[in-house]
Structures are given as structure tokens and as C-alpha cells.
Write a protein that binds this ligand. Sequence first.
Ligand SMILES: [Zn+2]
Length: 61
Amino acid sequence: MPIYAYRCRECGEQFESFRAMNDDDAEVACPKCGRKNPQRVFSPVYGSVSRGQPGNLRFPT
Ligand SMILES: [Zn+2]
């Protein structure tokens, strides 16, 4: 399952979220302020978390 990176339109928080192909980006909520519909950031997040808190994601590394 792909991991997408997002940036909150409200507070600028960047975070990653597992998303299924048919999931709606508008339902993704910022873990910091809770605002939905973040901006998707296209970055290579496979296998690593470049910055910020991993949040509630748990990678079986
Ligand atoms: Zn936010």
C-alpha cells in the first residue's frame, strides 16, 4: 500500500498517510490541527520518513 505525503493547508504540518487507491484525499486529516483536505506532496517516502513525526504509522522494518 502506498504512503502519501501531505502538507496541511492550515498549519503547514507535513505528515504521511497510508492510502488505498480508492481513498479520498479530502478525508485525510492533519494529525496536528485536525483540518481535512491537505495538499498532497509528491515525495519519495517509501522506506523512510524524511522529517517530522511518524505519527501513528508503524513500519515493520
Ligand atoms: Zn494542520
